[in-house]
Design a binder for this molecule. Structure first.
Ligand code: CS2
Length: 471
C-alpha cells in the first residue's frame, strides 16, 4: 500500500525491530484483508529516537525481509502512519493516546521498560524517571506516557481504550494494568480518584503471547535490501518466516480484525505465554549463555553444537514440560522440536549477545520458574541450572561497562574480586532482584550451579560436552 492510505487508530509504544516485524505486519495484513483503513499506527520510540529519524523521511514505509525456509518475498509495510520520539516529544505521545481516533495502545517496550520493583511486582516508585513522571514532567517512561495519555483522555471525555502489551511477560495485560493503576494511585488524591474511576469502566488490558525471532538489523542487511529493492531503506527489518500472536478477547472498544492476519483470539493466553516463556525463551537464553561461554556468536551456531542441543532437549522434556499445563492446540513435543529447528535457521544471524542481553530481567521468568517447580517436585533442575550458571559466568567475566543489563552495576557490585565457582555463585545468588531468599537458600540448586560454573570456568567446551553427555 502506498504511504498515506491508512489513518491512525493505534498508538504503539516501543518502535523497535520486533514491533515493525510483528505488530505492524499483523496490522497491515489485517487492514489489507478487510479493506479497513483506520488502524494505522502512531509509533513511539522509547530511549533512542533513531527509528523515528529513520522512518519519518520514508513516510513511515519500511520493508520486512524473511530469512529461512518458506520465506515470503520482501514486503513493504505502510501501517505506520507517524513515528514520534517519545524522549524528545512526550507531550505529543500523550496527545495521541488521548486522541478520539485512537482505540488501542500496543506495547513492545521489553521487560525492563515496565520499571517493575522485583520485591513487590508493582511499579518501582523509587525509580527517578518514574518519580519525575509522577511529579508532572512531560512523561518519559512508557507507563508514565500511557497513564498520562489515559488521564488526558478521561479529562477530554474520550471513548474507551484497550491497552495491549506484547512483551514476553506472564500475564502481561494484568501486569500493565497493575502498573498503570499504581502510577495513578501515586498521584495526588484529586487526580488519582477520577482517573482510577475512569480506568474501571473505560480501559481493558488483554494479555497476549507474541512470537517471532527478529534480530537487530545489520549494515549488511541494509545493503542486501538496497540491492533487491533498488532503494535504501534505513528502517528495514529481517525476521524468520514464523509469526504468532495469541490475544485475549477483552477489548473495551473497536479493534482491528487481527484474526484475518492469522492471530488467534483465545481465553487461554496465560497457558500459551507460560509455555512460550519456559520452552522457547528459556532454551533461547540457555543457548545464548552457553554460546557466549564458548565463543559462538549466533544462536544457530550454539544450537549446532550437539552437546548444547542435547542440554536444551533435556531441559525442555524433563524439566520445563512437566511444570506446564499446555493450552488446547499445543503439542509439547512437536513445539519443542520446532523451536530447535527455528533456532537452527542459519540465515537469521540472531546473535547470542542480543538474546543474552538483559539477563537479570529474563532468567527469572524463563528459567527460575522451572527451577522452583522442579525442586518443589523433588527433582533436580540439572539443565535449567546449567543455563543459570552460564548466565552467571557471562556476568562474572564481562566488564561492567560491557554488560548489557539494566542491573549491571548491582550485579558487578555483588561480585568478589577473586572469581571462582565457590565465590561467584553465592555472590550472585544473594542478589534479591534476581533470586528470592528461599531459592537462594536451596542447597540442591546452589550445588548444581557451582558444579556447572566450575566446569564452564575451568574446562570449557570439552568439559561441558563430557558432563552433558555422560554426567
Ligand atoms: C529472545 C526473544 O531476545 C530474546 O530474549 O529470546 O526476543 C525471542 O526471539 C522472541 O521472544 C521470539 O518470539
Amino acid at each position: 500500500m502506498p504511504a498515506g492510505t491508512f489513518r491512525p487508530g493505534i498508538v504503539h509504544l516501543g518502535l523497535g525491530a520486533f514491533a515493525r516485524a510483528h505488530t505492524a505486519v499483523f496490522t497491515e495484513n489485517a487492514m489489507l484483508a478487510t479493506g479497513a483503513s483506520d488502524w494505522g499506527i502512531v509509533g513511539v520510540t522509547q530511549r533512542s529516537d533513531t527509528v523515528a529519524r529513520q522512518l519519518t523521511p520514508q513516510d513511515g514505509l519500511f520493508t520486512v525481509t524473511e530469512r529461512g525456509t518458506g520465506a515470503a518475498p520482501l514486503q513493504v509495510v505502510s501501517s505506520i502512519v507517524e513515528a514520534i520520539s517519545g524522549r524528545d516529544d512526550p507531550e505529543t505521545v500523550v496527545d495521541r493516546i488521548a486522541a478520539p481516533t485512537t482505540h488501542v495502545v500496543t506495547l513492545t517496550i521489553t521487560e525492563k521498560g515496565y520499571r517493575i520493583d522485583p520485591s513487590t511486582g508493582s511499579l518501582n516508585t523509587t525509580d527517578e524517571q518514574v518519580q519525575a513522571d509522577l511529579a508532572g514532567q512531560p512523561p518519559l517512561t512508557a507507563i508514565g506516557q500511557l497513564t498520562r495519555g489515559i488521564q488526558q483522555r478521561a479529562r477530554n471525555g474520550g471513548g474507551p481504550l484497550t491497552v495491549v502489551s506484547c512483551d514476553n511477560l506472564p500475564g502481561n495485560g494484568k501486569l500493565t494494568e497493575t502498573l498503570v493503576r499504581a502510577f495513578a494511585e501515586a498521584l495526588p488524591e484529586a487526580e488519582a480518584a477520577p482517573l482510577l474511576a475512569w480506568l474501571d469502566t473505560n480501559v481493558t488490558f488483554p494479555s497476549t503471547m507474541v512470537d517471532r525471532m527478529v534480530p537487530a538489523t545489520t549494515n549488511a542487511d541494509l545493503d542486501a535490501v538496497e540491492s533487491e529493492l533498488g532503494l535504501r531503506d534505513e528502517a528495514a527489518v529481517v525476521a524468520e518466516p514464523f509469526m504468532q500472536w495469541v490475544i485475549e478477547d477483552n477489548f473495551a472498544g473497536d479493534r482491528p480484525a487481527w484474526e484475518e492476519a492469522g492471530a488467534l483470539f483465545s481465553n487461554d493466553v496465560a497457558r500459551w505465554e507460560a509455555a512460550k516463556l519456559r520452552l522457547l525463551n528459556a532454551s533461547h537464553s540457555m543457548l545464548a549463555y552457553l554460546g557466549l561461554a564458548s565463543g559462538k556468536a549466533t544462536i544457530s551456531d550454539a544450537v549446532g553444537e550437539d552437546a548444547f542441543r542435547t542440554a536444551c532437549r533435556l531441559m525442555l522434556a524433563e524439566e520445563a514440560l512437566p511444570t506446564l499445563t499446555l493450552p488446547d492446540g499445543l503439542d509439547g513435543a512437536t513445539y519443542c522440536t520446532q523451536i530447535l529447528e527455528r533456532f537452527a535457521n542459519p540465515a537469521l544471524g540472531h546473535t547470542t549477545a542480543k538474546v543474552g542481553s538483559d539477563g537479570s530481567q529474563k532468567i527469572g521468568l524463563r528459567l527460575l520458574t522451572t527451577v522452583r517447580a522442579t525442586l518443589a517436585a523433588e527433582r533436580e533442575p540439572r539443565c535449567a541450572a546449567l543455563a543459570v550458571a552460564a548466565w552467571m559466568h557471562h556476568v562474572a567475566t564481562t566488564a561492567a561497562a560491557d554488560l548489557n543489563d539494566p542491573l549491571a552495576d548491582e550485579l558487578q557490585n555483588a561480585l568478589p574480586a577473586e572469581r571462582s565457582a565457590a565465590t561467584v555463585v553465592p555472590a550472585l545468588l544473594s542478589c534479591r532482584s534476581v533470586f528470592d531468599a528461599e531459592l537462594a537458600a536451596d542447597t540442591t540448586f546452589a550445588e548444581l550451579l557451582k558444579n556447572w560454573y566450575r566446569i564452564i570456568d575451568t574446562q570449557g567446551l570439552d568439559g561441558l560436552r563430557n558432563e552433558i553427555n555422560h554426567g
